[in-house]
Write a protein that binds this ligand. Structure first.
Ligand code: ZN
Length: 150
């Protein structure tokens, strides 16, 4: 792999990969869903506890590369306490941020999630960063089948 680790692995990503937040099974989860990125081998399960439309608690477990783990850690941190509608809107914005040629988005509003914007320059890593998001999206859509990025 030819990407430059120094450019990609910014401090936030290193930190969230080393000590992922909200890591571990949520025992009293209302919903859970598995996501898999065959391209890299990232595999995670997302757990969520809803209170009406509010994401009361969210966690993940599994294993994957630094980007996939850091992204899931950052995502769970950002999604806790959000409504499912807000979560959907952040998902859409984040997806644009990673995949649009010239995203017309204010990085500041992403907070720490902006650290993941660097994967734009590494197309093979975009699925690593977006795996947890697709899994969350599937989970909120009521999907019972595991999510694959392929
Ligand atoms: Zn990966």
């Amino acid at each position: 792999m030819s990407f430059d680790m120094k450019d990609l692995y910014q401090d936030v990503i290193v930190d969230h990969n080393r000590s992922p937040r909200n890591f571990g099974k949520l025992e009293d989860a209302d919903l859970s869903l598995e996501g898999y990125n065959p391209l890299c081998g990232d595999r995670l399960t997302l757990y969520i506890k809803l209170n009406n439309d509010i994401i009361n608690d969210i966690s993940f477990d599994g294993s994957g590369c630094a980007i996939s783990v850091a992204s899931a850690s950052l995502m769970t941190e950002a999604m806790k306490g959000k409504s499912t509608k807000e979560a959907e809107s952040v998902f859409n914005d984040f997806h644009h941020l990673l995949t649009d040629e010239e995203p017309d988005l204010d990085l500041e509003k992403f907070g720490k999630l902006a650290a993941l914007a660097g994967v734009r320059d590494y197309p093979s890593r975009i699925k690593c960063a977006s795996l947890c998001w697709h899994t969350l999206n599937g989970l909120l859509d009521g999907s019972h089948n595991s999510i694959s990025t392929e």
